[in-house]
Design a protein. Structure first.
Length: 79
């Protein structure tokens, strides 16, 4: 049984490239979503600041702090 290492390696590299592209796309969407959440949080904080003190005390304060630091790295692709 012959195993064609070159073809197998090319196939694996192609799959790896596709997965890295997909990861980059998803990460871009994630970054966009984080920006939108931060923008809305800023607007909410501004609007809370404009409310009279007695009404502001009645609003629910949602903790929107998130840990958005990257903990994983992209795989290194062979060129």
């Amino acid at each position: 049984m012959d195993i064609n290492i070159k073809d197998d390696l090319n196939s694996v590299n192609e799959q790896l490239t596709q997965m890295v592209d997909q990861l980059n796309t998803i990460n871009g969407q994630r970054e966009q979503l984080i920006q939108q959440v931060q923008n809305l949080n800023g607007v909410a904080m501004y609007l809370r600041g404009k409310m009279p003190p007695e009404e502001a005390a009645e609003t629910v304060d949602v903790d929107t702090e998130m840990d958005v630091e990257r903990t994983d790295e992209y795989p290194v692709t062979a060129e």
